[in-house]
Design a protein around this ligand. Structure first.
Ligand code: CU
Length: 151
């Protein structure tokens, strides 16, 4: 009788252990599937349009439009004289009327261009005070020059 009890108890214990260990296996398997960090990386890489546009606007500065005019062969920037403060972040929108023009400031390593009828945007943070010559590469000799002052 006593022996039978032990055998029965042993059987119950063994089946409990078997159950709990199989439970553990069942519980561990989904954890292992979930655990790779891949979903986190995907989330960082694939930004929503809203996140991207928020980042883009954070990278932008005060908008300044400069027209690069060529009507009647009068080549000029409008405005031609620009004044900024040291540390000011400016997003330029340059627009070329009908011909290809450049927005070039050698001393500041700025060389931006726009084709006729198109505009182009770029952002600059002015850090060094000074007066810089702005010019259009193809039309400098035709008077397409300007001046950027950082003070
Ligand atoms: Cu030009």
């Amino acid at each position: 009788m006593r022996k039978k009890f032990f055998i029965l108890t042993g059987f119950i214990l063994a089946s409990m252990i078997a159950c709990s260990s199989s439970d553990a296996v069942i519980n561990n398997t989904p954890d292992e599937i979930k655990s790779p960090p891949a979903p986190t990386r995907v989330k960082e890489d694939l930004k929503t349009e809203k996140e991207l546009s928020a980042k883009a606007s954070a990278d932008r500065g005060k908008l300044i439009e400069v027209k690069m005019l060529d009507g009647n062969e009068n080549y000029l920037y409008e405005p031609a004289d620009l004044i900024f403060s040291v540390g000011e972040k400016i997003t330029f929108k340059i627009y070329a009327e009908t011909e290809f023009h450049t927005f070039t400031i050698d001393e500041l390593d700025i060389y931006e261009t726009a084709d006729g009828g198109e505009s182009y945007e770029f952002t600059v943070t002015f850090e060094t005070p000074g007066t810089y010559k702005l010019y259009c590469v193809p039309h400098e000799t035709l008077g397409m020059i300007g001046e950027v002052t950082v003070q």
